[in-house]
Design a protein around this ligand. Structure first.
Ligand code: URA
Length: 433
């Protein structure tokens, strides 16, 4: 078997066998296949697509390309959650302590942000001293002890994806149903969860431009999960505007803490509750969605979820003082307001533009190796459906790079479309599959 023939086969629209897919993934990981051949195959897959069988083979080979975490020592059904990526998406910070406070163990592997989307690992770095890279033993020990651990992926978890994702990023081959599904599901499966809740975003802030595309991605990943004997559910949620009002790192952590204190924005609360209901149902501890929702709301109201959050930050070595005193979080030296050019109602708020702006202010990274500014970000004073008067604040930009402020402010203004008629806000949860 050789790589040139495999590339030619996919280039000509044929179906790859399991042996050919396995040959490719093995070669990617052991370095015997050069990046130019991997890139060529990725582009052939991008253009000619993979069928369902090929996608499942690809997922399995990627999953088996490195370490697989064994969570069987933790009693009970371990449910993981994964978001396809968005702007202002701090759901993991709210949801994981919330579900753990309901008595369900949560062992969450998470990632760093790239491009216009953020990552939970970066947000957690807002806590001085926190360990975001737990080894397998420490990870399992912590879940057994306090029911919750959140860690970055171990160095050798799905190495095939680490390599292929970097290549896809620079060859414009990220946006492909099979490649996205295999990338996400291989990591979830290798992370050892028994059941998976997927948060599939729809709108300009994520990968899926419309509900049909999101549904297709959700169904593909559900099918892969089921074929691997993992119960998998998908929630399709709106990402046509950022989630909540805060976009950045420490600014998002503050919004997540406020949500755990019972003062969260409606869209973030609604999504966290829906994902929480699905996680509790999959855990096997609930058979009634109404009862599951009621318990989640109780844990928010009673402060139990906030208590769990503190416990988890402390267990991972983080300084918990900023939870009660936000001034202790990393902050930005400079700020600038973006003001409304006219009066009316916000019709649209482009999530992607806001995500890119936040990245330029320093909150995100263009390349994997870029450092990030934990204090940078954007606070949105006006979102879809809200009334605004000319000159009123639309957003406040925060940064430590003074020079970028005006430039980013100019780029941000077109993110808001202001209309003359009242707009009805659609629910953040589109559907559950
Ligand atoms: N998230 C991933 O982990 N992989 C993709 O390909 C897309 C989103």
């Amino acid at each position: 078997m050789n790589m040139t023939e495999i590339i030619a086969k996919k280039r000509d629209g044929a179906t790859l066998s399991e042996a050919e897919i396995s040959f490719f993934i093995t070669g990617v990981v052991n370095g015997s296949i050069p990046d130019y051949q991997s890139s060529a195959l990725l582009m052939a897959i991008y253009l000619n697509k993979m069928n369902a069988r090929e996608t499942t083979f690809l997922t399995r080979c990627m999953m088996e390309s490195g370490d697989q975490i064994d969570l069987t020592k933790i009693p009970g059904i371990k449910v993981d959650k994964h978001s396809t990526g968005g702007v202002g998406d701090k759901t993991t910070l709210v949801l994981t302590p919330l579900v753990a406070a309901c008595g369900v163990p949560v062992a969450k592997m998470t990632g760093k942000g790239l491009g216009h989307t953020g990552g939970t690992m970066d947000k957690l770095e807002s806590f001085k001293g926190i360990r975001t890279a737990l080894d397998q033993k420490a990870f399992i020990k912590q879940v057994k002890k306090i029911r919750l651990a959140v860690s970055g992926q171990s160095g050798n978890l799905v190495p095939a994806d680490q390599h292929l994702y970097a290549l896809r990023d620079v060859t414009s081959t990220v946006d492909n149903l099979s490649l996205i599904s295999a990338s996400i599901m291989s990591k979830k499966l290798a992370s050892g969860a028994d059941a998976i809740v997927l948060d599939v975003k729809v709108g300009n802030g994520g990968f899926n431009p419309n509900v049909a595309a999101a549904r297709k991605l959700a169904k593909t990943m559900i099918r892969i999960g089921q074929q691997m004997d993992r119960q998998t559910v998908a929630v399709i949620s709106r990402m046509d505007q950022p989630l909540g009002r805060a976009v950045g790192n420490s600014i998002e952590v503050i919004e997540a803490i406020e949500t755990l204190k019972g003062n969260g924005p409606k869209d973030l609360v609604d999504l966290s509750l829906e994902l929480g209901v699905q996680m509790l149902m999959l855990s096997g501890k609930f058979s009634n969605k109404v009862a599951a929702r009621k318990l989640l709301k109780q844990q928010l109201k009673s402060g139990a979820a906030l208590k769990m959050f503190k416990k988890f930050i402390k267990a991972q070595g983080g300084d918990v003082a900023p939870i009660m005193d936000y001034a202790q979080f990393p902050s930005a030296k400079y700020k600038l307001e973006v003001n409304a050019p006219k009066s009316g109602w916000i019709k649209r708020l482009n999530a992607r533009t806001i995500g890119l702006g936040s990245m330029q202010l320093g909150a995100g990274r263009q390349k994997k190796s870029d450092p990030i500014d934990l204090g940078a970000g954007i606070y949105l004073h006006k979102k879809i459906g809200e009334k605004v008067t000319s000159g009123e604040r639309l957003a406040t930009l925060y940064t430590n790079k003074k020079k970028t402020l005006q430039e980013v402010a100019n780029l941000m203004l077109p993110a808001w479309s202001i209309g003359t008629k009242k707009v009805t806000l659609k629910s953040v949860v589109v559907e559950v599959l």
